[in-house]
Design a protein around this ligand. Structure first.
Ligand SMILES: [Zn+2]
Length: 425
């Protein structure tokens, strides 16, 4: 028999066929052994070479022992591979995660404290709610304050006001504001649905996202190497009557905010026109790093979203407040949704759109945060059958492979937003 060595991937050579006597197999659970193997970065070498006089009576027994030990090691290795391919519900607290779409507009630390407990870091985003420059500055101050006090837990994104759009100095002033924001640490800029759905210029025309006047702003964001986050348009449901909406959170939102329920405002641009304006803007700025908030307003159909991701390589999307539409699509075709998440694993960022304005009861807020984050984790990492207030039927988790989960929860945020770029992974 020839000397043969089998290299079996990640393990420590020191744990070769000498194991188990040296390490004591009976004292170690397979879980501990898996951790040992995955914490090392060398190859496991199994040596099948027989010692001299192998078949003599005196050496027969050690030879058999070697074989049995090697087989045991192979089984252990295979079970490790199986265990490390997927996360479980119990891994929730252990795994570092980032929520790239939250809004904290208060000095209190309730949100950040719960995020720490749930092992989340956060992107705290300013939104231009069409209330003018002072409003933006106040909102911005809260973001900067949280970042300054908890630099390891927060990054922040700024926004700009379009209230003074018709001023001849609007572009210069807006760039000056962005310059100040970037110099103070903002890693991105958010534009909101008021562009396209609310704000009108002095001639009474709606300003759309592909307006040439915005090009200088987007060029500047690109030049500074920052990311544009766009909540543009709304979910397709917004153009449907309440009883045809597919998720309960949309029904609740549009009941409460009829001014944004486009079904009631047929004089306004259609869903397709909103998406087309966004696409024209992206076509004009192919080198701008863009994150479509809320699944790029293509939340209802992973096929439609896939087409945009194929067409615009610098576009990714966050999942904020649209996980219900993902649940809904898995009820119809779970494999299709799962395949989409795996195929576009580099283009999806975990996010919720939760926030704190300092008014909600702290324990209520923190419970909601934990429950939301944990439910989404369960959905993404397990194949459990689940329920959620967002949809009316049971649905099954999509059990994504571990490396896909890591990208959606952290790696993509580091790549698309350069979050915590001074930190080691
Ligand atoms: Zn938001």
């Amino acid at each position: 028999m020839q000397n043969r060595q089998y290299r079996l991937g990640v393990a420590d050579a020191s744990m070769g066929y000498l194991y188990p006597p040296q390490l004591g197999i009976e004292k170690k659970s397979s879980h501990m052994l898996c951790n040992e193997i995955s914490n090392t970065n060398k190859y496991l070498t199994l040596d099948f070479s027989p010692s001299k006089n192998t078949l003599s009576n005196t050496n027969y027994h050690p030879y058999i022992t070697k074989i049995i030990t090697s087989i045991l090691l192979i089984f252990t290795f295979l079970s490790c591979t199986k265990n490390t391919e997927f996360y479980s519900r119990d891994d929730y607290n252990k795994v570092k995660k980032i929520d790239v779409h939250i809004h904290i507009s208060t000095a209190r630390d309730a949100f950040g404290e719960q995020a720490q407990k749930d092992n989340f870091k956060l992107l705290n985003i300013v939104v231009d709610l069409s209330k003018g420059t002072q409003f933006i500055e106040d909102e911005y101050t809260h973001r900067l304050d949280q970042k300054t006090r908890h630099p390891q837990d927060f990054e922040f994104a700024t926004a700009f006001s379009i209230k003074n759009w018709d001023d001849p100095d609007w572009i210069v002033n807006t760039i000056a504001w962005l310059d100040k924001s970037f110099n103070e640490g903002a890693i991105g800029v958010k534009v909101w649905k008021n562009i396209g759905m609310v704000f009108r210029d002095k001639n009474g025309e709606l300003v759309m996202i592909d307006d040439p006047k915005l090009d200088s702003i987007f060029n500047y964001i690109e030049k500074r190497g920052k990311t544009l986050i766009g909540h543009l348009g709304e979910p397709q449901s917004c153009w449907l009557p309440l009883d045809q909406m597919i998720v309960n959170n949309d029904i609740a939102y549009f009941k409460e905010h009829p001014q944004y329920h486009m079904y009631r405002h047929p004089e306004m641009p259609s869903y397709e026109e909103q998406i087309a304006a966004r696409d024209r803007m992206l076509a004009k700025h192919p080198n701008l790093t863009f994150i479509g908030a809320h699944m790029g307003s293509l939340e209802h159909d992973v096929d439609e979203l896939a087409k945009r991701l194929d067409r615009f390589p610098n576009m990714s999307v966050d999942l904020a407040a649209r996980i219900g539409q993902v649940f809904y699509q898995t009820i119809e075709d779970r494999e299709k949704v799962r395949d989409f998440f795996i195929k576009y694993q580099d283009r999806l960022l975990y996010a919720t759109d939760m926030g704190d304005r300092g008014k909600q009861d702290v324990s209520e807020l923190q419970k909601k945060m934990h429950d939301t984050w944990f439910l989404d984790w369960q959905f993404l990492v397990t194949d459990d059958w689940m329920t959620s207030g967002r949809v009316n039927e049971k649905f099954q988790g999509i059990k994504l492979p571990r490396e896909v989960v890591d990208k959606i929860y952290t790696k993509n945020a580091r790549k698309w937003l350069k979050m915590f770029s001074d930190e080691k992974e």
